[in-house]
Design a protein around this ligand. Structure first.
Ligand SMILES: Cc1cc2nc3c(=O)[nH]c(=O)nc-3n(C[C@H](O)[C@H](O)[C@H](O)COP(=O)(O)OP(=O)(O)OC[C@H]3O[C@@H](n4cnc5c(N)ncnc54)[C@H](O)[C@@H]3O)c2cc1C
Length: 522
């Protein structure tokens, strides 16, 4: 993983000259005057960890699994939001942890937490490091230092209960490895977020992730049937049946807790058979509202596709155009729906036929498999393009929300208006990517020219959009989480009493407040 960008450097995407010209002509994008910092130019601040804490941490995990070198600290600094990357590109490693610990077992995690509580050291659980909401930037005030607790060594598939279709994993398994290990048993998780290549199972649970095939396989929190969590006050072992009437479901307290209540050290996950058939196709709708109405019917009538997404006019136009055509793309593309079906041949044929009838009835025009295959082929490539856009002087960032169907048009307009008011004339693209019987999520991608202070520029726009989302009745996050960036909006969303309930849980599990201070709740 690039320390100041995304993914495998070998997969870096070059911006074709017509795209560069278009960015300059349409958005006024200019090359930044200062080139991005190189790794050896970046210096994290001097470590503040007391020697006694370092000694105790080394004893807890073994000397070789306590790292305090500059490169390891830099590679555990922040997550992968655009402001995170802009700060790293500017050589700012001021949020670097003082050290990184890599425990190899649940007991070692528990011991690290004990040591950190004793020495008042803040702990940031670190999975794949792909948070886009500041979920890895803990507050330092009042602490002797900050350590990142990297779960990379907790990387095993522990067991597969094929009869129940439940697999137990350690939290540091990355999504591709989880799929590879499960495939040996004929199973899949079916969780394919755009961060698939790097994010971990523990991170998915901690941040309530949702993947591109959520219409068929469900969100990640739907897949979790059991959890083991190490907290400074002991171990929580949750989930002994798929559903239970034995009181409130404490699994739900841990899902989405973003490392503020404990470290997930084991997950029991519902798995599905590897699909025999995968078929993706495209449909065209005349307008975004027409497409939204079609998706709502699909979600409410049942037998929905496994993958279902609808791009608005702008996203459709940008996605359909070839780079050399972009400047002159004048036709009316309408709005593209991608429908994907995964399962047995019989199940795929049945759902495809039913969905096709609904899509046709609601005004859809079939485009055949090509747009679907193209989407499936490029589904993980956008983050690589972001690095090239940042280097070229454009800010590109995504944000997401959700609400009930009846509020969706208002929410869509509110976000666009707030972005336009804040950024001038940015390029705003949107898609509906996760649908439910009662509502859906909206996922926006924004491109604008970088100002002299692109971090402040984006933070101001993001603040305006977050307010607009709240006023329009949307949630501050459908799947990215709260982190630091959404702290205030989340508090407004759940209200004072809601925050007090979470504080009560935090105080019982983590009385010294060492776990991710300043993340999730203040
Ligand atoms: C390019 C890109 C595309 C993305 N696409 C999607 C997408 O399609 N869908 C989606 O849902 N998200 C997406 N994300 C966001 C991100 O990938 C998810 O939030 C993911 O769940 C984070 O997993 P991670 O392993 O990287 O966790 P991290 O980023 O390491 O951690 C996330 C949070 O969880 C905590 N945490 C991590 N591991 C544990 C643990 N074992 N126990 C307790 N707390 C823990 C951390 O302290 C942090 O607060 C995307 C991010 C990027 C950069």
């Amino acid at each position: 993983m690039l320390w100041s960008g995304w993914g495998d450097p070998a997969k870096a995407a070059e911006l074709p000259p017509p795209v560069r010209r278009l960015l300059a002509d349409l958005l006024g994008v200019r090359m930044p005057e200062t080139p991005a910092a190189t790794l050896d130019e970046v210096r994290p601040p001097a470590s503040t960890l007391p020697p006694a804490a370092l000694k105790a941490l080394s004893a807890a995990v073994g000397e070789e699994y306590l790292r305090a070198d500059d490169e390891t600290r830099i590679r555990h600094t922040r997550g992968k939001s655009t402001p995170d990357l802009l700060r790293m590109r500017a050589g700012d490693a001021s949020d670097a942890p003082d050290a990184v610990v890599l425990p190899g077992s649940h007991d070692e995690v528990a011991e690290v937490l004990r040591v950190c509580a004793e020495h008042r050291v803040a702990v940031v659980p670190f999975g794949g490091g792909t948070s886009v909401v500041g979920g890895l930037v803990a507050a330092r005030d009042g602490f002797a230092g900050v350590v990142a607790l990297d779960v990379a060594r907790l990387g095993r598939l522990v067991s597969v209960d094929a009869e129940s279709m439940v697999a137990e994993f350690e939290p540091g398994v990355r999504a591709p490895e989880a799929e590879r290990l499960l495939a040996e048993h004929g199973f899949t998780l079916g969780h394919f977020p755009q961060s698939f290549e790097y994010a971990t199972l523990g991170g998915f649970a901690a941040a309530r992730s949702s993947g591109q095939a959520s219409a068929g396989y469900g969100r990640f929190d739907d897949m979790v049937v059991g959890l083991t969590v190490a907290t400074p006050q002991g171990t929580l072992d949750l989930g002994r049946a798929p559903k239970s009437a034995a009181g409130p479901d404490l699994r739900q307290v841990i899902l989405g807790s973003e490392g503020a209540f404990g470290v997930i050290t084991s997950l029991r996950l519902r798995v599905r058979p590897v699909p025999e058939v995968r078929a993706y196709e495209g449909w065209r709708f005349a307008s975004f509202p027409a497409g939204v109405a079609a998706l709502r019917r699909l979600a409410q009538e049942g037998a929905a596709p496994t993958v279902l997404r609808l791009s608005d006019e702008t996203e459709t136009m940008v996605g359909l155009a070839r780079p050399e055509e972009l400047g002159t793309f004048a036709s009316e593309p309408g709005c593209l729906v991608i429908a994907g079906y995964e399962g047995t041949p019989g199940d795929v044929a049945y759902r495809r036929e039913r969905a096709a009838a609904t899509l046709t009835e609601t005004g859809g025009v079939p485009l055949g498999p090509e747009p679907g295959e193209k989407w499936a082929h490029g589904r993980y490539s956008a983050p690589y393009l972001r690095d090239s856009l940042l280097a070229a002087g454009a800010t590109v960032e995504t944000l997401e929300t959700a609400c009930f169907w009846s509020g969706l048009p208002r929410l869509y307009e509110a976000v666009r208006e707030a972005l336009t008011a804040s950024l001038g004339s940015p390029l705003i693209m949107c898609h509906v990517s996760h649908v439910y019987e009662t509502g859906a999520s909206l996922y926006f991608t924004v491109v604008t020219a970088q100002s002299d202070d692109p971090v402040a520029q984006w933070e101001s726009a993001k603040g305006a959009v977050t307010d607009a989302i709240g006023q329009a009745g949307g949630t501050v996050s459908h799947h990215h989480g709260v982190g630091r960036d959404h702290l205030g909006a989340y508090a407004l969303e759940i209200g004072e009493l809601g925050v007090a309930v979470l504080r009560g849980v935090k105080e019982r599990l983590d009385p010294d407040g060492i776990l991710n201070p300043g993340i999730l709740i203040s």
